[in-house]
Design a protein around this ligand. Structure first.
Ligand code: HEC
Ligand code: HEC
Length: 357
């Protein structure tokens, strides 16, 4: 009895050794694969910083809080109903989930609203890159007839003072001789935006946590690199760092079903509308792909509804490739690993100053 028990123990030990011998090289291999993929990915992408401070506009809590209030403030727009938050909402991960945004007096904008998260890190703002920084983006929206629709900077400054913002501006920019200014309005909103970083599982992976990505996401990352997506979508924001032609293999609208827009007197030609240079025709800023899985619909006009469809369109239009469904599934898993948490401070609605009666 004792002997047979020992025999069982011995054979179990032998079995265990065999199992270990068989699986060890495999798991070691996948461990090395993970390490190699992390190294490869770090050469192409970068983890997000905690925030994106500017030298001349330190992100003090008072500035960020003021910027947040102004981001949510609708009473500065010409119809009193439109704020940044109307089109860049927490419920839709910093975007608005519409194909085309709706501006003041119900005017339909010619483009889809991208998320505001991580955007200060992009090479410029807007699809045509006609706004250099998030501050300039905010500044120009005040007088834009499609956005806030104000007629002059003075008009905006008077509104801000009347709404009771003066103490907040003074506290945030104490050394300014004229704290309530459209410049400080933009700087404060910029300060707020520069805190809206959304670290995702992919950042943990880049920092060495191989378990942060599922097997499918890792295969997707490999495909994203080997298929050539990374040629345009790389860097800290997985895109957003260059202008590229949209529709390299054929006119984009043949695949996306995009329609001509009055604002562009035809199909949207991207950067051309800002520079008037023929060489920029159909050049668009490559969008960041952070949070792309939760910011449908896709492309500059929201013409494509789903992410798998958008991935197929990209492969076809930009790389002349028909991706098998399996590859699309894995790439989508990778893109899902770029979804970060909504910044806690963004989701919580601020208390706005009450206008004096
Ligand atoms: C009526 C809807 C609407 C409102 C209001 C609005 N936006 Fe936007 N936003 C858009 C659209 C549409 C675009 C894309 C414009 C383009 O590419 O030509 C955009 C682009 C941006 C971008 C550039 C993102 C990128 O990836 O290039 C930033 C940053 C931004 N908005 C911030 C703001 C801020 C700050 C406010 C308030 C001052 C604001 N937006 C108000 C619709 C809106
Ligand atoms: C040659 C450059 C280039 C390549 C290669 C490329 N893209 Fe793009 N990508 C762009 C540009 C430019 C846009 C913006 C097009 C537009 O909306 O006008 C874009 C848009 C996207 C969008 C939509 C983002 C949004 O917020 O609407 C997704 C998703 C995307 N690309 C994924 C991919 C994938 C996956 C691959 C590889 C199969 C890929 N891209 C290859 C340049 C490229």
């Amino acid at each position: 009895m004792k002997q047979s028990k020992n025999w069982i123990l011995v054979s179990a030990a032998v079995c265990a050794t065999v199992v270990v011998a068989l699986t060890a090289p495999l798991s070691a291999l996948s461990h090395n694969d993970d390490k190699a993929l992390i190294t490869k990915a770090n050469a192409l992408f970068k983890p997000l910083p905690a925030s994106d401070a500017l030298e001349n506009n330190e992100l003090t809590p008072l500035r960020v809080a003021l910027g947040k209030a102004l981001f949510y403030e609708t009473r500065v727009s010409s119809d009193g109903r439109l704020g940044c938050v109307t089109c860049h909402n927490a419920a839709y991960h910093g975007a608005d989930a519409l194909a085309l945004s709706v501006g003041i007096h119900g005017k339909v904008l010619p483009r889809n609203a991208p998320t505001v998260f991580n955007t200060s890190l992009l090479l410029a703002q807007h699809y045509g890159g006609n706004r250099a920084t998030v501050e300039e983006q905010a500044f120009k929206s005040l007088l834009s007839p499609l956005a806030y629709g104000n007629t002059s900077n003075e008009q905006v400054e008077v509104k801000l003072a009347k709404l009771g913002y003066a103490p907040l501006f003074k506290a945030a920019y104490p050394s300014d001789t004229k704290p309530v200014s459209v410049e400080n309005w933009s700087r404060a909103i910029g300060a707020f935006e520069r805190t809206l970083m959304t670290p995702a599982p992919f950042d943990r992976f880049l920092k060495g946590d191989a378990q942060a990505l599922s097997k499918s996401a890792k295969l997707g990352l490999e495909k994203f690199i080997s298929t050539g997506c990374v040629g345009c979508h790389s860097g800290v924001t997985v895109g957003g760092q260059s202008y590229q032609k949209f529709g390299i293999t054929k006119d984009y609208w043949l695949i996306t079903g995009s329609t001509p827009k009055d604002a562009f007197k035809g199909y949207d030609k991207g950067r051309f509308h800002d520079t008037k240079n023929e060489a920029d025709a159909f050049m668009f800023k490559v969008p960041q792909l952070r949070n792309v899985a939760v910011t449908a619909p896709y492309f500059h006009d929201g013409s494509v509804e789903t992410l798998p469809q958008a991935v197929k369109v990209m492969a076809q239009l930009q790389l002349g490739k028909q991706l098998p469904d399996e590859d699309v599934t894995h790439i989508v898993s990778f893109l899902e690993a770029l979804t970060g948490d909504i910044p806690a401070d963004f989701a919580k609605v601020p208390r706005l100053p009450a206008a004096p009666h």
